[in-house]
Write a protein that binds this ligand. Structure first.
Ligand SMILES: Cc1cc2nc3c(=O)[nH]c(=O)nc-3n(C[C@H](O)[C@H](O)[C@H](O)COP(=O)(O)O)c2cc1C
Length: 406
């Protein structure tokens, strides 16, 4: 891989998870990219792996003890926390996430993590029930809010035989994220806007119509564009997700508000419309709650009027049209034919098409997606992958587009 800039120094903290042995491959990958890596192992980690392997592969001393006289005469834990460009915790146990969340500093790893002023990336790996436990989810939320980068976990079969989220991210996914944090991104200098989530359209002061979009794909794309260096605005309908910390977020409710926010965010180089925008809104909004008593058993009739087609409106702007306009197309049948149709009808440049079922489960709220990329002269099947990987692949393609246009 091409080396950008000078060698970076990474401190790799290995904690006591079953996936600890997989960080040996991560060390190889970091070294292969020309960066330097020093390892800290918790006592839990040493139950699974030997410091000797980490020392041999990294070519550096391995640190395990907080009260190590040699190092502490020079405040070794403070030095370790400051001498590196990035701290990566992989695998990150539920235990270390909890200690980081509460500021516990009772061993070398947790003390470094509390003392550092450098970016921290965690790569969780644990049993699905540990990951879904309310204590862990609260800790993760708190850490994300503090700006700590998370990579994974992925979904799959666990070492214990159970299935779900908790598998450590792949080495290539981790090294890609490390590169994003440490190296200048290929989209630096570009501006982007991304829409995400559902819109909601009121029918009376109490009720609304909406759809099942979770916003996970749109948010992953916005965050990834930010990682790639693009100055990104995320326009989001109501979702139950953390805001990415590296983008500007504008919250909206209705399709009309989303359209207005999109126009306000122009000009941009890249516009990605991943939101599930309601095609219709109630023609008139009832001032009071609609009562079933007033209907006397007859069906409730509501007339709907069409909303603006945001993708088409932005794609066909005579001035300020983004250089690259990408639409999403979710279908229940005839995926490719519908995507090609949409490409022509809306005048956008690319379509990312996906079925409502990803082959494993409903795509709504899932971490996984199964998409097809369609443009005027090609179509590609990207297969089943995490929504984060879809975001990465899309950003690679966008970077390639601007590189070849330059
Ligand atoms: C066989 C075995 C496998 C374990 N695997 C994991 C794991 O994958 N993830 C995790 O969070 N904890 C796992 N644990 C529990 C941790 O090792 C335990 O919470 C420990 O205190 C972690 O210490 P540390 O975070 O300081 O390394 C495992 C324990 C055992 C005995």
């Amino acid at each position: 891989m091409e080396k950008i800039g000078i060698m970076k120094k990474i401190l790799l903290i290995v904690t006591g998870g079953i996936a600890a042995y997989r960080t040996l491959d991560l060390i190889r990958e970091i070294k292969r990219q020309g960066d330097d890596v020093t390892c800290v192992l918790t006592s839990g980690a040493q139950q699974f792996v030997q410091p000797l392997s980490f020392g041999s592969l990294s070519g550096n001393k391995v640190y395990t003890e907080l009260f190590d006289l040699d190092n502490e005469s020079e405040m070794g834990h403070i030095n370790l926390s400051r001498q590196h460009d990035l701290i990566v915790v992989a695998p990150a146990t539920a235990n270390i996430l909890s200690k980081m969340s509460y500021g516990v500093a009772d061993d070398l790893a947790s003390t470094i993590l509390l003392a550092t002023d450098k970016p921290i990336m965690v790569v969780p790996s644990m049993n699905v029930k540990m990951w879904e436990n309310l204590s862990t989810t609260a800790n993760v939320k708190k850490l994300k809010n503090k700006g700590i980068y998370f990579v994974g976990p992925n979904k799959g079969e666990m070492a214990c035989g159970e299935f779900g989220y908790g598998k450590m991210a792949l080495v290539k996914e981790i090294s890609k994220e490390i590169n994003f944090v440490l190296k200048p991104g290929p989209l630096v200098g570009r501006k982007a806007l991304v829409t995400s989530g559902p819109t909601i359209e009121s029918i009376d002061p109490i009720r609304f119509i909406s759809n099942r979009s979770s916003g996970k794909q749109g948010h992953a794309i916005a965050r990834m564009l930010g990682n790639y260096g693009a100055e990104t605005t995320l326009i989001s309908g109501p979702v139950n997700l953390e805001n990415p910390t590296n983008v500007e977020v504008k919250n909206v409710n209705t399709a009309e508000e989303m359209f207005a926010a999109c126009k306000d965010s122009l000009p941009v180089d890249i516009a990605i419309f991943a939101a599930a925008v309601s095609d219709w809104r109630a023609e008139s909004l009832a001032n009071q709650k609609i009562k079933k008593e007033g209907l006397e058993g007859k069906p409730l009739k509501i007339s709907f009027t069409e909303n603006n087609d945001i993708l088409k409106e932005i794609s066909t702007l005579s001035s300020n049209r983004p250089k690259l306009v990408i639409g999403f197309s979710l279908e229940t049948e005839n995926l490719i034919a519908s995507a090609k149709n949409k490409l022509a009808q809306k005048s956008c440049d690319w379509i990312i098409a996906n079925n409502y079922n990803n082959g494993q489960e409903s795509v709504f709220n899932s971490e996984m997606n199964n998409v097809k990329f369609v443009n005027i002269d090609s179509e590609e099947d990207w297969g089943l992958m995490t929504k984060i990987s879809v975001a990465g692949k899309l950003c690679d393609k966008i970077s390639g587009f601007f590189k070849s246009a330059a």
